[in-house]
Design a protein around this ligand. Structure first.
Ligand code: AMP
Ligand code: MG
Length: 408
């Protein structure tokens, strides 16, 4: 092992500790349906209609009364019913009605016989099968009953919800205003893309990852850029973020290096806990409050910044934004190459899962150093290795977490 891990905070405790303190801080507003795409519902949606609103045909064919078919003789076609053009005429005994998919059933219909099971000779229709009552009929309200809760508050509107709401005739919806999140990167070595690098400089990559993940979550981002390791400039940036945003997310400066001024400043400005998490990557992490805004301090190493955002900040932001958060799906996979691991922390190794001859297999993407970003960009899943687990041999079963909404 080589280091004492007893003082490290388990991920689940950190998550629970954060979520207990957080509540939705976004007001709601009423928006026209198309503009509400990507927003989070602020209240439940009860269906104003039954869906379908009337009994209708599930097939192109003929609407029949079973009593008329008992004789076995052909029926005379009385007329036609189309979607949007109901059959309005008489429908005497011994008749049927030609009907198209989605057309309202003529009153008294017992069943719809699909066209392929009939033979037409002019208006005389012969039925080649014995229909059962109710076949090929979609009953009013069979999908959604009038007044039923179709979507719960906290649901983010995706392409799956938009047509559902439209099918109910919902023209406007109450949604939360987006969470406003200020971000900046800290570090004297950081330069923005599009500028040359001096010796010792690197490009600021974290801000691009954090911005992209905030965009995926539907947050409004106030990007304050790169702030050097300078107490006066850091203080000014913290104060501005606190005044203008609900949340501040920074990267870098939360470990114990000599240029890590954030701790000092934050102790003075707010109530911030500096945690050492029992996860790898991502040991240093800060969470707490500024006078108005919540604060999340991510580690500077690029892989750690992304992983801690995904695992810890995402559920926290969802709660602040009023959004219901689903725990990511976890699957079991067989390890196809040995994995290095020392007991002590919960590992989120970066892996490539694929379908093997005996089911799901997973391999590491190579170096798991938290500065090696290619290990994340090549991956399609985390390999989640339990805290006490050591090396993993080929053939052992491990938990994998496919990259979902934020990282895909
Ligand atoms: P720190 O947490 O500030 O000590 O940073 C840890 C490591 O992450 C150092 O190698 C930094 O240069 C690097 N780093 C910090 N911030 C960023 C960033 N925004 N983009 C890329 N690398 C970073
Ligand atoms: Mg730094």
């Amino acid at each position: 092992m080589g280091f004492d891990t007893s003082g490290l905070l388990p991920l689940s405790d950190a998550l629970q500790g954060m979520l207990e303190q957080l509540a939705c801080c976004c007001d709601s507003e009423q928006l026209p349906l198309p503009e509400a795409f990507g927003r989070v519902l602020a209240s439940d949606i009860a269906s104003p209609l039954a869906v379908p609103p009337f009994d209708n045909s599930a097939m192109d064919g003929y609407a029949v009364r079973l009593a008329d078919l008992a004789t076995g003789t052909p029926l005379i076609m009385a007329g036609k019913a189309f979607a949007g053009q109901p059959y309005q005429g008489e429908w005497p005994a011994g008749h049927c009605v030609r009907i198209m998919t989605g057309a309202p059933l003529p009153a008294g219909t017992d069943a719809v016989v699909m066209q392929e099971e009939t033979q037409a000779d002019g208006d005389r229709i012969t039925f080649l099968c014995e229909p059962t009552a109710g076949q090929n009929i979609r009953l009013a309200g069979s999908d959604i009953g009038k007044g039923a809760c179709v979507l719960q508050a906290g649901t983010r509107l995706t392409p799956r919800e938009m047509p559902l709401l439209a099918s109910l005739g919902v023209a406007t919806v109450a949604v939360h205003r987006p969470l406003k999140v200020a971000i900046f990167s800290t570090g004297d070595e950081l330069k923005p893309v599009g500028t040359p690098l001096a010796h010792g400089d690197i490009y600021d990559s974290n801000r691009y990852g954090v911005r992209a993940m905030l965009a995926r979550m539907g947050c409004d981002c106030l990007d304050l850029g790169i702030i050097p390791d300078d107490p006066a400039q850091l203080r000014a940036a913290f104060i501005r973020a606190d005044e203008e945003a609900n949340v501040l997310i920074t990267t870098g400066g939360v470990s114990v290096g000599e240029a890590d001024f954030t701790k000092q400043l934050l102790d003075e400005l707010g109530e911030i806990g500096f945690w050492k998490l029992a996860i790898k990557p991502g040991k240093p992490f800060a969470f707490g409050r500024l006078p108005r805004a919540w604060f999340f301090g991510l580690p500077g190493n690029p892989v750690s910044a992304m992983v801690t955002f995904d695992q810890l900040v995402q559920p926290a932001l969802a709660k602040l934004a009023g959004q219901h958060f689903e725990r990511p799906l976890q699957l079991q996979a067989i390890v196809a190459e040995p994995l290095k691991k020392s007991p002590g922390r919960l590992d989120f190794q970066r892996g490539i899962m694929s379908q093997g001859p005996n089911g799901l297999e997973v391999r590491s993407t190579g170096s798991q150093d938290s500065a090696v970003f290619s290990s994340l960009s090549r991956a399609n899943c985390y390999i989640v290795l339990e805290r006490e687990r050591g090396r993993v041999a080929v053939g052992e079963t491990v938990t994998v977490e496919p990259f979902g909404g934020l990282l895909l």
